[in-house]
Design a binder for this molecule. Structure first.
Ligand SMILES: [Zn+2]
Length: 717
């Protein structure tokens, strides 16, 4: 073979590889967009833009590699019986199939990648997919009749529909993980997509080799119609049942806003002086501000579950069981229009948090290949070679995966909320629950807030859970173990500056929502609640992030309630209150009675008198005892705050006791010095623990080293 022929062949293989794989990824992405849109999974365009671009780039890079591989194979064997194109397409479909099978297989059913069973199963999966790819190649070559590219797109689209649909069935319809149901749901989705694919082929056959656009359009329309009908069938529209509209007319609306991960002491109305929250400070002047609101948990799920049920025991599991009566269910039964707009993906429909909401606009789950991509060596290589700046890589491959509900920004969530409020007809009141994720890491404030709060800060610092050296995501415990000890005070200050910038950004978009209500004359007839599910640690107690302890930094959150008709504007309540108190409070303000049992109590009287009754406030944090939490406080934690004192019992033996009058941030643990906690706190905590059903938590078996260390410190006998 002549050299120039080898060169031409190389170029052809590489270019066609890049082109066909990029086309395949874009077709798949298009199927994902269609499916998600018709199944009403919330996706801002900003996210799809990233998905399309990323898929196209990754497809072309991987396809380039595949093209080179095939060229090399042909060079070695001298086999040139056919064009490289069907082979490249077959290889794409084979790799794709491997991902389809491999990801859920490894995630769910296999014990860990390097386990012998996993290795054997994965090897078998690769063999099956390689065989199918070869079959696909033969099939494509014989059936395509000059329409190879269309044939390929049709097949990839069907694959894409299959993936999205099966994930949807799995996450939202079944909400369980038994093998049989999973197989049935995947099988059902496969049947639908097979039908779509066959329709596509029929259409191709009818039109022959001409009128390409018409063929695409008809094929696409059939796909859309099928997907749409499945979506309509699955959409379990919750009709308001209960009181008629006329009975509820005149009831106030409820707007309940969670600023996920916001500490109280970073808002102006709580004494912060950096100007993070002008709009919320303004809101506070016509609201009641609870100066010491304590979240019942230091992470998202248990905190939200307890808040919306006012039940301590609803926060014990990672999903909200059906038998709790939530605020959305109570208000739906009163005839309210109910909706939730959720930036935090963990509150999506699969968590059980959707109970009672007629409309759920939640974070997406289907774009799971982005998560997969940040593990690819090619991404690390792109970062190391300087072709992509690290923060760009993180924004593309990491932040948009799951940490911020796939990049759902405050701006999008506010737009979506305004749209929903204005789209309703009739005179029923509304209940809108909003979770904004901007303040949660990654700390990546949009302009102008980046310049205003953190002008000279390296953007990478804000991605606290991304390791730029390894080029991949790390979990928060790894961060605490490996990165935290290297952080200097100025690093923390810079990180906090980014965090503050996110708060300021969110403040603007919460303000925009309130402006819209005001313009429509609805603000004064709306109970507005602004709070957070937990706070954040920035090196205090040698910890970072949240879900680490029951520290003040993690549990002291803002609580602002505005309803001038029922609560004195501008009042401030200094005493400690629980987020469990919000639900009884809003029900009293709206004059709604319910039989549902609640652990919290209404704050209306406290708002009127300016005094909380200072009853005990409880918090708890349960952790999988099998999980290792290096450099964090070990085990389950149960906390009580009463009469200016705070006591945290730990199943790992490291108990804490603080006197908040002298030590409001609870940084000086007096447990050993005082020889334990006061008996009245011990007793109140024991009674509460019994009532919540947390008695199964016991002092864990400590390893000998830990036991000796704790004994030396005086924690245990
Ligand atoms: Zn959270």
């Amino acid at each position: 073979m002549k050299n120039n022929s080898i060169g031409k062949d190389l170029l052809e293989c590489a270019l066609l590889g890049a082109l066909s794989w990029a086309l395949g990824m874009v077709a798949f992405s298009f199927a994902e967009i269609l499916t998600n849109s018709f199944l009403d999974l919330y996706q801002p365009w900003s996210v799809w833009r990233v998905v399309l671009l990323t898929y196209a780039i990754m497809g072309s890079i991987l396809g380039l590699g595949a093209g080179l591989g095939i060229w090399f194979l042909r060079l070695l064997t001298g086999w040139r019986a056919t064009s490289a194109v069907p082979l490249l397409m077959g290889a794409f479909l084979g790799v794709f199939l491997l991902m389809v099978i491999g990801v859920p297989l490894n995630d769910r059913y296999l014990p860990g990648f390097f386990d012998p069973i996993s290795l054997a199963t994965n090897a078998a999966a690769i063999a099956v997919c390689a065989a199918l790819a070869l079959g696909g190649f033969v099939h494509l070559r014989s059936r395509a009749n000059g329409m190879l590219w269309l044939f390929f797109v049709n097949l990839t689209l069907s694959f894409g529909y299959f993936l999205s649909l099966s994930r949807y069935f799995d996450m939202y319809v079944l909400q369980t993980e038994p093998v049989l149901e999973s197989v049935l749901s995947f099988g059902g989705a496969a049947l639908v997509c097979f039908a779509i694919w066959r329709c596509g082929i029929r259409v191709l056959a009818i039109f022959g080799g001409e009128r390409l656009l018409a063929k695409f359009a008809v094929s696409g329309l059939i796909g859309i119609a099928l997907i749409w009908s499945v979506g309509l069938y699955l959409e379990r529209e919750v009709q308001p049942h209960g009181k008629a509209a006329s009975a509820t007319a005149g009831k106030p609306n409820l707007l309940w806003i969670i600023m996920d991960t916001t500490r109280a002491d970073h808002l102006g109305t709580y004494g912060y002086e950096k100007g993070t929250s002008p709009r919320l400070d303004e809101l506070a002047t016509s609201s009641v501000v609870f100066e010491k609101a304590i979240s019942q948990a230091s992470w998202t799920m248990p905190s939200h579950f307890q808040m919306v049920t006012s039940r301590f025991d609803s926060g014990k599991e990672n999903a909200l069981p059906d038998d709790y009566e939530t605020v959305a269910e109570i208000l739906r039964d009163e005839g309210y229009d109910t909706a939730s707009v959720l930036g935090n993906y963990s509150l999506g429909r699969r968590s059980g948090f959707d109970q009672g909401f007629a409309d759920v606009m939640d974070g997406p789950v289907n774009i799971f290949y982005l998560k997969f991509f940040d593990k690819l060596p090619i991404v690390k290589w792109l970062v190391h070679s300087g072709l992509i700046a690290p923060d760009t890589a993180v924004r593309w491959f990491h932040r948009h995966t799951f940490l911020e509900g796939v990049g759902a920004r405050g701006e999008d969530l506010t737009d979506r909320s305004i749209e929903w409020i204005n789209s309703r007809d009739g005179d029923r009141p509304f209940f809108l629950f909003l979770n904004y994720m901007d303040v949660h890491d990654a700390f990546d404030p949009p302009e102008p807030y980046r310049t205003q709060f953190a002008p000279h800060v390296d953007p990478m610092l804000g991605f606290v859970r991304f390791d730029p050296v390894e080029g991949e995501a790390i979990d928060s415990n790894t961060f605490v173990r490996d990165v935290l000890p290297t952080m200097q005070q100025e690093d923390w200050d810079e990180l906090v500056a980014l965090y503050d910038g996110e708060i300021a950004y969110l403040d603007e978009h919460i303000g925009r929502l309130l402006d819209d209500l005001k313009e429509q004359g609805m603000l004064d007839n709306t109970i507005v609640v602004v709070t957070s599910d937990h706070g954040e640690l920035f090196g205090e107690h040698d910890l970072a992030y949240h879900f680490k302890a029951l520290s003040e930094e993690e549990t002291h959150v803002p609580l602002i309630i505005r309803y001038p008709a029922g609560m004195p504007p501008g009042a401030r309540v200094p005493g400690a209150v629980e987020l469990n108190d919000i639900l009884p409070t809003v029900l009293e303000l709206a004059s709604i009675e319910t039989q549902a049992p609640m652990d919290g109590s209404s704050l209306v009287a406290a708002a009127l008198s300016g005094n909380a009754d200072e009853g005990p406030v409880f918090t708890y944090l349960l952790r999988d005892p099998r999980a290792k939490f290096p450099h964090t406080q070990a085990g389950h934690l149960l906390g009580i705050r009463q009469d200016g004192q705070k006591y945290v019992w730990s199943s790992g033996g490291e108990h804490e006791f603080y006197v908040l009058a002298n030590d409001p941030k609870a940084h000086e643990n007096l447990y050993i010095q005082q020889g334990g906690a006061p008996p009245e706190l011990e007793e109140a905590l024991a009674r509460w623990r019994d009532s919540v059903g947390l008695n199964e938590i016991s002092q864990e078996e400590l390893d000998p080293v830990t036991r000796d260390r704790l004994r030396a410190l005086g924690y245990i006998d």
